[in-house]
Structure formats: structure tokens, C-alpha cells
Design a protein around this ligand. Structure first.
Ligand code: CO8
Length: 258
């Protein structure tokens, strides 16, 4: 497996694990992290032996944001011309479902990275926020758009305009987090959830993620049209026949992921 500098990468069964590993900077996301996380996620995405990915950080920090020290001296034209965080768009585009397992700080780009994932599981210690306003900037990796879609305009506006952090329980109530678990159980719970997803038929998992993405991106009628076509297309898979005959025969399906 490729050697990485800022992340740890491991495959356990059908689950790919990516652990942010810059403890000295609370996993701040510099351009190297962006490249490496995207490269690792893309490699997992291209491997039919991987059916789900978990992204996590440390107990203290999922990620405390984009790397302020890397960005500090940049100009607007540096930002525009280098597409500083362009790699993250490729990460957000992987077909494989991604579970963010968040413990500690998920701030700025860290919160935005969690929101690029499909499911956010939070330790009871997690703290989410978009504090960029305190630095004289605004969220730049999707925060103004994805947070509004996740928690609604008014809650997102309060968080983004004030820079206030919210705890795990509040984030769950707001709809950003799907479940809060004790910090000591976070990785086990994320692993179990990812294994469950990875045990399903890969074509239907890809189709479900793409249809969910369509719900975020399009109008209701366009989204329904997307769903109708994707639903129909799955009837050409081996696994649709297997899933439905297993139901009729009252046994567990043996998916072939095709
Ligand atoms: N960038 C760089 N270094 C960081 C960052 C960061 N975001 N966060 C923490 N660190 C470093 C600290 O500088 C410190 O390093 P050192 O020991 O060398 O001084 C080390 O990590 C430990 O941090 P602290 O001593 O500050 O730890 P505390 O426990 O006292 O505080 C906090 C923890 C509250 C999380 C605090 O570190 C903090 O406020 N961090 C910054 C949070 C923040 O503002 N995040 C938003 C960053 S901007 C952003 O994410 C924009 C995203 C969009 C970019 C898109 C570009 C196109």
C-alpha cells in the first residue's frame, strides 16, 4: 500500500479506514492532507473489495480546520490560481459511502470535511463549528452550502456568523450528526456501521449514494426522475435477482456486488 505522510490507511475486511494523523497541528488540513486523503479514498473507491470508507481523526480532534499557517500568507490570486483545496472536490465525489467518525474538534475545514462524508457519527466529546469568521474569512470548503442543507438556514447562519461551536448533542438535534456515542465506542460503532453498508450489494449502494447526492443538488422533480431511472437500472444486476430470491426463500442474500 502507498506510503502516506499525514494519514494512516488500512483495509479491514470490506472497509477502508483513513485516519488523519497530524497530531501536532490537531489534524489541520494542509494541501498534503487534501492530496493524501483524496488519493487514499480514490484508491478504495476503485477497489470493488471495499464497500465503505471510514474517515476519522484523533480523540482530541477530527480536524481543527484548514491549516491556518499554510494559508496565512496567501493572496487571492494564489487561492484562485492554485485551487488550493480542489482535491477535496474529488474526495466528495467518490462513489463509495463514507462515514465520518468525529471525536473532539471538527472546526472549519474539519466540519466541512465531515460534511463531505455521507454519515457523521459523533463521540459525545465532538465539537462542530465554522469559526472562519474569527479569522477574517468565511468557510471555503463547502460550509456555507452544506451546513445550510444539513441544519437549515437559520441555525447555519448563527453558527457561521458568530463562529460559535456546538456540541455533539446539539449537532444531533440539528440533524448534522446521525448518532452520538460514548467516545470510547466511536471507532467500534463506525466500524460496525461501515461493515453493514459494505455487506450490501455494491451497485445498489453506489446507486443509493448517487440518488442521495441528487437530492442535495437538484429540484424534487429532477431528483425523482434520477431515482426512477436508477431504481430501474438495478433490475439488470445479479444482486437484485439474488436479493429478491433470497427474500422469497427466507435466507440471507449472497451478494456478488454486480
Ligand atoms: N491550522 C494550523 N494549526 C492549527 C490549527 C489550524 N486550523 N488548529 C490548531 N493548530 C495548531 C496550533 O497552532 C497548535 O500548534 P503549536 O503547538 O505549534 O502552537 C496546535 O495545533 C495545538 O493547538 P492549540 O494549542 O490551539 O490547542 P487548544 O486545545 O488550546 O485549542 C482549538 C484547540 C480551539 C481547536 C484551537 O487550536 C483553534 O482555535 N484552532 C483553530 C480553529 C479554526 O479557526 N479553524 C478554522 C480554520 S480556517 C478553515 O478551516 C477554512 C476552510 C476553508 C479553506 C478553503 C480554502 C480554499
Amino acid at each position: 500500500m502507498t506510503e502516506y505522510e499525514t494519514i494512516l490507511v488500512e483495509q479491514r475486511g470490506r472497509v477502508g479506514w483513513i485516519t488523519l494523523n497530524r497530531p501536532q497541528a490537531l489534524n489541520a488540513l494542509n494541501s498534503r492532507v487534501a492530496e493524501e486523503v483524496t488519493a487514499a479514498a480514490t484508491a478504495f473507491d476503485e477497489d470493488a473489495g471495499v464497500g465503505a470508507i471510514v474517515v476519522t481523526g484523533s480523540e482530541k480532534a477530527f480536524a481543527a480546520g484548514a491549516d491556518i499557517k499554510e494559508m496565512e500568507g496567501m493572496t487571492a490570486s494564489d487561492m484562485l490560481s492554485t485551487d488550493h483545496f480542489g482535491a477535496w472536490s474529488d474526495f466528495a465525489a467518490v462513489r463509495t459511502p463514507v462515514v465520518a467518525a468525529v471525536s473532539g474538534f471538527a472546526l472549519g475545514g474539519g466540519c466541512e470535511l465531515a460534511m463531505m462524508c455521507d454519515i457523521i457519527l459523533a463521540a459525545d466529546t465532538a465539537k462542530f463549528g465554522q469559526p472562519e469568521i474569527n479569522l477574517g474569512v468565511i468557510p471555503g470548503m463547502g460550509g456555507t452550502q452544506r451546513l445550510v442543507r444539513a441544519v437549515g438556514y437559520y441555525k447555519a447562519a448563527e453558527l457561521i456568523l458568530s463562529g460559535r461551536m456546538m456540541g455533539a448533542e446539539e449537532a444531533e438535534r440539528a440533524g448534522l450528526v446521525s448518532r452520538v456515542v460514548p467516545a470510547s465506542d466511536l471507532l467500534d460503532e463506525a466500524g460496525k456501521l461501515a461493515e453493514t453498508i459494505a455487506s450490501k450489494s455494491l451497485p445498489s449502494v453506489y446507486a443509493a449514494k448517487a440518488a442521495l447526492d441528487a437530492a442535495m443538488e437538484t429540484t424534487l422533480s429532477a431528483g425523482l426522475d434520477h431515482e426512477k431511472k436508477a431504481f430501474a437500472a438495478l433490475f439488470d444486476t445479479v444482486d437484485q435477482k439474488e436479493g429478491m430470491s433470497a427474500f422469497r426463500e427466507k435466507r440471507a442474500p449472497d451478494f456478488q456486488h454486480r
